[in-house]
Ligand binder design. Structure first.
Ligand code: MLT
Length: 280
């Protein structure tokens, strides 16, 4: 065994020189490790995530509107929400339940899919509508993002309306690495998902703790949030998908999705790969 009497290391995080016995150095490093277990990375789209990898914990974000809708439905008393990227699979999988036990939510291009009961509006997911029902959902981008990370140990969903409980969950569980995955629009960047990732990251990464910053996208997401946190509705009206919703007269949806932390419900996947979400 190597015996070191006295040594010193430079702690780059705090820019301080730590001197002392090996035991002291190790104790210090361990105390830092308690603070920086979490490494957070932001990916603007499912396609931009590293291939053949999944994180310990994935947070899927589709502010306009899928993850806002999933959280609203579970907060309204829905039993569960199961996600599909394919409408036919959704229809087949939900066939076994009677129409009083289920709801089929289908959206493409912002519009309701004919064969479904509802589109993807969170405002349609009232407690009266969703209570005790099993929901089946397929959307243009959000459910595809969920599918991309479905094999992560933990998958939760985040939106502006519930990101506070996402932050609390991550701070409590401290998974080693976390991906904040935006859904984007058909492979393209979206402002609304990135600003939500920025809200989450800025709540967790204190004092520019660079050890926690997994990629540059984290810093730009935090900057976007700091710039727009007081006028999210304005930002969403500038966003390309926000404009798409406005053209479909879904202004109230956009305003609802821009609210911060109005619910304390955290949707979490029930078992790897199930794509079945229930309230934690
Ligand atoms: C999506 O998945 O792209 C969105 O949730 C679409 C929408 O609901 O407007």
């Amino acid at each position: 065994m190597i015996k070191l009497s006295l040594c010193s290391v430079i702690d780059r995080t705090y820019g301080i020189e730590v001197r002392g016995t090996c035991g002291a150095i190790i104790a210090h490093c361990e105390s830092i490790s308690k603070i920086i277990i979490v490494e957070i990375s932001v990916y603007h789209t499912p396609e931009s995530t590293p291939e053949n990898q999944v994180p310990d914990c994935a947070v899927v974000i589709d502010v306009l509107r899928a993850t806002t809708t999933i959280a609203t439905a579970l907060d309204g008393g829905a039993k569960s929400v199961k996600a599909f990227s394919d409408i036919d699979l959704l229809l087949a999988d939900s066939e076994g339940l009677s129409p009083t036990e289920r709801l089929r939510l289908g959206e493409r291009g912002g519009k309701k899919v004919e064969s479904c009961d509802m589109g993807n509006s969170p405002l349609d997911c009232t407690p009266e509508m969703v209570k005790d029902k099993q929901l089946f959902i397929s959307t243009t981008n959000g459910t595809r993002a969920l599918q991309r990370v479905q094999n992560a140990d933990v998958v939760i969903t985040g939106a502006m309306i519930n990101y506070g409980v996402v932050v609390d969950f991550l701070a409590e569980k401290q998974p080693n690495n976390v991906w904040l995955v935006g859904s984007g629009w058909e492979g393209g960047y979206s402002l609304e998902d990135t600003v939500c990732a920025g809200a989450i990251a800025s709540s967790l990464i204190k004092n520019d703790n660079i050890e926690m910053i997994g990629n540059d996208e984290v810093v730009s997401a935090i900057a976007l949030y700091q710039q727009w946190q007081h006028d999210l509705v304005k930002l969403f009206t500038l966003a390309s998908h926000g404009q798409r919703l406005l053209r479909l007269d879904l202004t109230d949806d956009l305003k609802y999705c821009a609210q911060e932390n109005i619910i304390q419900t955290l949707p979490i996947q029930q078992g790897k790969g199930s794509l079945l979400f229930k309230a934690l």
